[in-house]
Design a protein around this ligand. Sequence first.
Ligand SMILES: Nc1ncnc2c1ncn2[C@@H]1O[C@H](COP(=O)(O)OP(=O)(O)OP(=O)(O)O)[C@@H](O)[C@H]1O
Length: 247
Amino acid sequence: MTALLEVRGISVSFDGFRAINNLSFEIADRELRAIIGPNGAGKTTFMDIVTGKTRPNEGQVLWGENSKSLLRMNESQIARAGIGRKFQRPTVFEDQTVAENLTMALSASRSPFSVLRWKPTQDSVTRVGELATEVGLGDQLGRKSGELSHGQKQWLEIGMLLAQEPRLLLVDEPAAGMTLAEREQTTTLLRNLAEKHAVVVVEHDMDFVRRLDCKVTVLHEGSVLAEGSLDHVTANPQVIEVYLGRG
Ligand SMILES: Nc1ncnc2c1ncn2[C@@H]1O[C@H](COP(=O)(O)OP(=O)(O)OP(=O)(O)O)[C@@H](O)[C@H]1O
């Protein structure tokens, strides 16, 4: 199995504090992976490094079949190379409909020059319908996004990311603020997405991680503490001590 994303020996320090400490791990193509760990473990910093927001002091971040270095690319080049990031808070345009938000995301995935000339076509209308259906909003196309529930806004934003056809989706705490029904639907959505894309989910909610039923990486003090199924990692005494023991 070749890696889609490989981080190799990365470290990052903020004012002498090592937030990421010789971190190495791999994500395979079309893999669903959960990353857990106590507050301050380095989860957000890891995502900042992969997306080019933060530069590591050491190590490599390699992408795709040709192991291209992401460290030589800026944030927009990394996004165009196929890495999409979903932040915790939805940032959809509330005055626009679901269809308008998705249409904008489709046009934004073009180069800066073609965006100027871009007009919705029958193909793009079809694609918007497909994206909405993929994230469970097929019957909400004409609705103002501001009227959607919190969970629906999160799904819309995932749909907007999908418009860019990413190979890897980084998703930060998707379950936060969702109802139980929304959380269950989000699990199904992420599992379905992982049939076509690699999906990395950072999440605190253990029930949610259990339902994802995927390989779990536990970060602690900027390194991998344990990796495997949720049952495997939660049986690890070190994990219990540093993470679960704190409740
Ligand atoms: N820009 C920064 N400047 C200084 N310290 C930082 C910066 N970014 C992160 N840190 C520190 O690095 C450590 C790792 O932070 P990070 O946000 O990556 O952890 P996390 O695992 O995402 O935590 P949480 O679960 O609370 O979101 C923390 O101790 C944090 O205070």
